[in-house]
Each structure stands twice: as structure tokens, then as C-alpha cells.
Design a protein around this ligand. Structure first.
Ligand SMILES: *Cc1c(COP(=O)(O)O)cnc(C)c1O
Length: 234
């Protein structure tokens, strides 16, 4: 069994060092512990070790964990959302990272509004322009952000991406940089509200340090924290 407390400490140190290399405040980076397929006792171990935010990909699994004792933590949804699951996404989570189409944005807005919630969301961008990947294409992102300004119960906080898979983390750097440059441009146009900062959700176990160097504010780390997940759908 991996030592979650030890792994957490090491990941935090690596985040801090990467932030300092880029002259960033290490406090400006938050760790999202990706807990898909990890059971509640392991999650509670991480909570006890000081981990605050957990990321989940599958709605049913996430609902069971949140209702089953995970209420003390913050939960971010980081997986693909079918429109029929929008209600759960809008009501169970503290942030949704994966808004990539207007139909979904409208559904989330509607369900959040019914509960008098304002839901923080990120727009997922397919920076690698890969066929199979989720996320709005870079050239369609502004149109989506523009339309989302009309949705009163969503607050768009920034962008998220899953870059193309690369064996070497350094090769992912241009994609992270591209996401940051897009976010800077959109922030300048006021799409993220009038707050000066914005969120960039990028970087996983294999490349989170590069992501932090390129401006990530939310890194999504699973395997490096909890160990390898059981086989099957990832
Ligand atoms: C599974 C997953 C992660 C974590 O991946 P690891 O390589 O285990 O750190 C991050 N982001 C998303 C969207 C995921 O689905």
C-alpha cells in the first residue's frame, strides 16, 4: 500500500519547488487529489493528512463517496459530463472543470440556479485539437465563453486541459503554455469576471511540475498520490 501521507508531502514539495523555479508563490497552486476508483478509507487517510480537494470522474461513484462520509472535503468534477448527469454535477460539486459545450453549460446553470447556488466552472479546451478528446477546440472557445456570460448561476473561473499524451513531460510544455496564453487573453477581455486572477487546471502525475512552471493553479494528481489504480476504465 502506498504511503499517502508521505506521497502527499513529496508532491507538495515538488509543487513548491516548481513554483519557485517560475518565481511563483507556491500557495497559488492547489492540489486536486484525483480519487477515481479509490475507496473512501484511502480518501479519508488523505483528508487526515491534510488534503482538502478531491477530483472525481464518474458521477455515481462520486455521489456515493460524497454522501458516504466525504462531506468534509471539497469535490471537483473532472470527468466527461453527459447532459443527463448535469443535475448531479451542478449540485454535488464545489467546482466543475469540464464544461465544453453550451448545452451542458445551460443545463448546469439551470440546476445550480434552482438550488440558489453559484457554481464555479472551468472551460475545458482541447489544446491538442485531438479528434477523440473532449474539450472545446481553441478557435471555438471564445464563442463558448461569450455565450456563458449570460448564465447567471455559473462563474467561469478559468480553463482546463488534458493535453496529448507524451512520454516525456517536457513535450507537453507547449500545450500548457498555449492554455495559459489563451486564459490571459480571455481574462483581458473580462470573461472570467473582474477578478484579476484566473484558474488553470492542468498537469497530472507525470507532468504536474511542468504545468506549475507554466502557470497551473490546480494540478490534478492521482497515481503519484494513491498509487496505480485498479485496471479497467480509467
Ligand atoms: C485520471 C485523471 C487525472 C489523474 O491522472 P494521474 O496520471 O493518475 O495523476 C487527472 N485528470 C483527469 C481529467 C483524469 O481523468
Amino acid at each position: 500500500m502506498p504511503d499517502i501521507k508521505e506521497n502527499l508531502k513529496e508532491i507538495r514539495e515538488r509543487i513548491s519547488k516548481a513554483a519557485l523555479r517560475a518565481s511563483r508563490d507556491p500557495q497559488s497552486v492547489r492540489l486536486v487529489a484525483v480519487s477515481k476508483k479509490i475507496d473512501l478509507p484511502r480518501i479519508q487517510e488523505a483528508i487526515l493528512a491534510g488534503q482538502l480537494i478531491f477530483g472525481e470522474n464518474y458521477m455515481q461513484e462520486a455521489r456515493e463517496k460524497i454522501k458516504g462520509g466525504g462531506e468534509r472535503a471539497q469535490w471537483h468534477f473532472i470527468g466527461h459530463i453527459q447532459s443527463k448527469k448535469a443535475k448531479d454535477a451542478a449540485t454535488l460539486f464545489d467546482m466543475v472543470h469540464t464544461v465544453d459545450r453550451l448545452k451542458l453549460a445551460r443545463a448546469l446553470d439551470q440546476y445550480a440556479g434552482r438550488e440558489y447556488r453559484v457554481l464555479p466552472v472551468l472551460v475545458q479546451v482541447n489544446v491538442g485539437e485531438e479528434e477523440q478528446k473532449e474539450g472545446v477546440l481553441p478557435e471555438r472557445a471564445e464563442e463558448l465563453l461569450q455565450s456563458m456570460l449570460d448564465l447567471p448561476s455559473l462563474r467561469v473561473k478559468g480553463l482546463m486541459t488534458m493535453p496529448p499524451f507524451m512520454a516525456n513531460a517536457e513535450e507537453v510544455r507547449p500545450y500548457f503554455r498555449r492554455l495559459r496564453e489563451m486564459a490571459e487573453y480571455f481574462a483581458g477581455k473580462g470573461y472570467f469576471g473582474d477578478q484579476e486572477g484566473f484558474e488553470l487546471s492542468m498537469g497530472m502525475s507525470g507532468d504536474f511540475e511542468v504545468a506549475v512552471e507554466e502557470g497551473a493553479t490546480l494540478v490534478r494528481v492521482g497515481t503519484a498520490l494513491f498509487g496505480a489504480r485498479p485496471p479497467g476504465r480509467q
